[in-house]
Structures are given as structure tokens and as C-alpha cells.
Design a protein around this ligand. Structure first.
Ligand SMILES: [Zn+2]
Length: 366
């Protein structure tokens, strides 16, 4: 039986087995900044059959176009970064111990004792930690310095590792009831959402999907992607840290929650690098309210997304960001809710479907 178009849309916007399998493959892949090939290949396999044009640019961004129908279509860029924070091997020492540096923002205290996967062969290793038996009371209080730590690969397989190889945390994707535990949910959520939107693109717009590289080291891929696409407007799709744990240690209420799990997609009004275009924020809020999708306005403050460079490209591009909230970002394992992921996908589809040339026709006098 062939499905009616509405049924097909509903199916693609619900997180089913196919979507979960895709997210699992994306999270378990290694794509530390500058070496995004594993995620790029998954993206290309998924979108090449359905996009009108797909290209990989000189930096490694995947730029995919899905054209709509009708006159005066708005050219909407969506950007999701493929890369994740991680480590880079810089030097081999005796006994197949390896010096490394951090790539992107990682707290050094997170590193000792973690299992890692090294290089494109995902060779298992560990960031050695001093056993508690040999640690002095003073050492327990000392700051941990990444330059004092080593990755230990055991004697056999270290031969295959070279300086420049990347390493990630060895966390495997798992479903925990309504939640997901994985590494790199920042930003495999965004990548999975962009793939789903390309497969189910609203026809009123031209969808310009940029799967970007090197976001975690300074939004480098998005800069050239936005220049190449030259869009009318842009939305960065990402994952944002929550700070939503209940108060303890005699604190009063947690008022610095930034975003919270279970509260829906986080719409940005301002972060460290971007003040969102008000027309786009209004569009997203109205779409959520009309469709009955829960949403939250992300508390302004730190952080940033690819929108930080996109909005300053060429003569300026109206931009904002929408993120899936996740706990414990940039650590070995994050926790997020499936419902927030699904609602972010639904919200973006609803908002894109509402875009008309009028949205951007007026000069900024808001
Ligand atoms: Zn991110």
C-alpha cells in the first residue's frame, strides 16, 4: 500500500528505528575536528540519493541543495557541524605511550582514566591515571594538566599510530528508556536532523544544507559554507548544554539553568557570538505555538554556534540557532531525551514550511 504524503511526513518526523540506527552510527563514528571523514561518509550515503545537488568543498564541508517549487523561493541555509571535540596524538614515547593535545574545549579533569579509541581503525587505548594507592594527599588536590597525561595502547597495536591521528572517548551509544547516552550528541543530533529535513524538505523554500567541519575549533567550516551558499537566511542546528540539575549543597533554586531537558528545542535569542534575527525567533516561536510543540528560549550568555560566523558573511545573513538540549556536553558521555530531539525536528519542519518571501521583505525596523 502506498502511503499518503501526510502519513509519510509524519513517519519521517517521528523518531523511529531508522532514525535511532542512524543516530547510533553517527555517534559511534569518530569525527574529531579536521578529520570528519567517517561522519561525512554517512551523510553522503544518506543524502546523495535524495538531494538535487551534493558537493564536498575544499575544507570538507558537505553542501547539499534540495530545491522547492514555485516562484520567489527563500533560500534557507541550515548548518549542522559534523565534528566533535577530542584529542590528537602528537608524539610517540617509549612503551607505546603517546603524548596528545586537546582539540576543542575539553576540561582536563575529565581525561584521566578514560577509555579512548585512536585513529581511523578505532584502536582501543586508555588515558592512564595514577592509581589511588600511589597518590599523595597533596596530589589529590592538584590541578590536572593534559600535558602530563599519556594514552597507553598496549605494546602490540601502538605501531599503527602516528602523530596527527585523532582519538575520541570510547563511549558506545545506548538507549536508556526515554533518554540517550552517547558521546558527541553535540552535534550528531544536528546532523541527524538535517538529514531528516533533506529527506522531507518543505517545497516552499530552497533548502541549503551545510554539514560543516571544524566548528569546535572556531566555526571554520561554516564561514566558507555560508559564503558559497550566499543564502537569504540561516539557522544553525546544534546541541546545547543544559545546566538543569536540582540545587544541592544549601543552594537555593537553580536559576542559571540555561536550558533544561524535557523542555523542547532551545531557540536562541543571543549567545556569545550572535544576536539572533528577531524575525526568525518570532517565526520559530509562532510555528511551535501553532503546532503545539514545546520549546524554550535559551538563556542568553556563553556558547556559540555556526551562526556566529554565518550572520557576518558577505553583506550579512539573518540568522539564529535551534539546539537539542543535552546534559554533560563535551565530556565522555552526554544524556539527552529522545522527545527533545523529535520536537526539534518537528519544530524546524513546521517553521520552514511557514517561510514566505514576506518574512524577509521588510527592512529591519522591528
Ligand atoms: Zn556543537
Amino acid at each position: 500500500m502506498t502511503k499518503k504524503p501526510e502519513e509519510k511526513t509524519k513517519q519521517l518526523l517521528n523518531i523511529g528505528k531508522d532514525q535511532m540506527d542512524l543516530l547510533e552510527r553517527l555517534c559511534n563514528a569518530t569525527a574529531v575536528s579536521g578529520d570528519e571523514q567517517e561522519v561525512r561518509q554517512i551523510v553522503l550515503d544518506e543524502i546523495t540519493p535524495i538531494a538535487d545537488q551534493v558537493k564536498v568543498d575544499a575544507m570538507g564541508n558537505v553542501l547539499a541543495t534540495k530545491l522547492g517549487h514555485g516562484e520567489n523561493r527563500v533560500r534557507v541555509m541550515l548548518a549542522a557541524h559534523m565534528d566533535e571535540i577530542g584529542l590528537m596524538i602528537v608524539k610517540k614515547l617509549e612503551d607505546n605511550l603517546f603524548e596528545f593535545v586537546r582539540v576543542g574545549g575539553i576540561d582536563e579533569r575529565q581525561l584521566p582514566g578514560k577509555a579512548v579509541l585512536v585513529g581511523r581503525d578505532h584502536l582501543p587505548g586508555v588515558i592512564g591515571a595514577k592509581p589511588i594507592h600511589m597518590t599523595t594527599a597533596q596530589e589529590l588536590k592538584n590541578k590536572i594538566d593534559a600535558s602530563d597525561l599519556r594514552i597507553d595502547l598496549g605494546l602490540e597495536i601502538g605501531e599503527k599510530v602516528k602523530p596527527g591521528d585523532r582519538a575520541t572517548f570510547a563511549t558506545r551509544f545506548e538507549v536508556l528508556g526515554p533518554s540517550i547516552k552517547a558521546k558527541a550528541l553535540d552535534n550528531r543530533f544536528g546532523v541527524a536532523i538535517l538529514i531528516a529535513l533533506l529527506k522531507n524538505a518543505p517545497e516552499n523554500i530552497d533548502l541549503l544544507a551545510a554539514f560543516t567541519v571544524q566548528e569546535e575549533v572556531g566555526l571554520r567550516g561554516a564561514r566558507v559554507a555560508a559564503y558559497a551558499f550566499d543564502p537569504d537566511m540561516a539557522i544553525a542546528v546544534d546541541s546545547t548544554p543544559t545546566n538543569d540539575l536540582p540545587p544541592w549543597d544549601d543552594e537555593d533554586e537553580n536559576v542559571q539553568y540555561n536550558t533544561r531537558l524535557d523542555a523542547g528545542p532551545a531557540i536562541y535569542v543571543m549567545d556569545r557570538m550572535t544576536i539572533a534575527d528577531r524575525r526568525l525567533v518570532n517565526l520559530l516561536c509562532a510555528a511551535a505555538e501553532e503546532a503545539g510543540i514545546p520549546y524554550q528560549l535559551r538563556q542568553p550568555g556563553g556558547g556559540g554556534t555556526d551562526a556566529g560566523v554565518i550572520h557576518r558573511t558577505r553583506s550579512g545573513i539573518p540568522s539564529t540557532s535551534v539546539s537539542v538540549p543535552a546534559r554533560y556536553a563535551h565530556t565522555a558521555a552526554s544524556i539527552a531525551r529522545m522527545s527533545d530531539w523529535e520536537n526539534t525536528l518537528r519544530l524546524l519542519h513546521a517553521a520552514l514550511s511557514k517561510i514566505t518571501p514576506d518574512l524577509l521583505a521588510n527592512e529591519r525596523r522591528d
